[in-house]
Design a protein around this ligand. Sequence first.
Ligand SMILES: Cc1cc2nc3c(=O)[nH]c(=O)nc-3n(C[C@H](O)[C@H](O)[C@H](O)COP(=O)(O)OP(=O)(O)OC[C@H]3O[C@@H](n4cnc5c(N)ncnc54)[C@H](O)[C@@H]3O)c2cc1C
Length: 281
Amino acid sequence: MEKSDKVVLNERLKEISKYNVKIHNWSKTAYSTPELYFEPEFEDDIVKIIELAKRNNKKVRAIGVAHSPSDLPFSDGYIISMAKLNKVIETITVEAGMEISQLNEELIKHGLALSNLCSISDLTIAGMISTATHGTGINFGCLSTQIKSLTLFTESCGIMYCSETVNSDIFKAALCSLGALGIITRVTVQCENAFLLETNQTPAKLNYILDNLDFIVHSAEHVRFGWFPHTDDCIIWKANRTNKVIKSNIIISCDASRVLIYNLSTFVVTETITTKNILHS
Ligand SMILES: Cc1cc2nc3c(=O)[nH]c(=O)nc-3n(C[C@H](O)[C@H](O)[C@H](O)COP(=O)(O)OP(=O)(O)OC[C@H]3O[C@@H](n4cnc5c(N)ncnc54)[C@H](O)[C@@H]3O)c2cc1C
């Protein structure tokens, strides 16, 4: 955009905006150069951005960490990055740009955990909700089902609190809105007491899995399988909750939400949803 075409921004909007930002999704299959890219720090900043967009008739999109395998969070108009809206407001109510890895760390401080997670933890809670991200487990809903309430900002209605009982239709729509409903600013999550998961992986043939899919998906609380392309070989991964005693083991992998440990005696990989505990299997 030429300098002469630039919109007039007040001091605060100048501080939190950037021109000529080029962004891409995780797999680098989609790119975007929005007219203006905002990094708000407060909910009030979002109000100002939406007012500006309304005045200038611009489209607005919120973006998490752009892990969507498409151009879903992109816009030629204004993009609002949720990266700095990631603070804890009170226990289990957080700003919507918080990444799941940070949420897990906050929850474990209170001995709490989400009931289910997806395969990565560096996506934002609002991105997770807006795309109805899923984990594994035949008896678990998508991860949006772990949301108790949220605050949504729309151009026509301003700030709205939404839950199962308040603005319930909008709440349900927001749980898989693909970012088209408004900007989610706060989220209250449904948690439970932190728990340990014991996982194990076994090799299996693709035909065996396809022929026995119903049995396999019901054979553990969480089940997933991976296929090695151009072969008949797969790995079945299962996880169940356990109360087994924690003993030392060899840590082979660690991120903010998981610890993977490898028990040499039984060749069982054990995974916890916290960084704090190591489980002997
Ligand atoms: C390596 C990898 C592994 C993955 N594993 C899984 C998996 O196990 N299960 C699964 O279901 N998916 C998985 N995904 C997909 C991923 O969970 C979704 O694409 C998720 O939306 C990414 O979150 P994000 O923060 O990157 O959101 P973005 O991609 O940035 O945005 C996604 C959508 O949410 C909207 N949005 C973001 N923030 C807000 C907000 N504050 N208010 C309103 N709308 C908003 C955007 O506008 C956009 O429409 C994986 C992706 C990758 C790259």
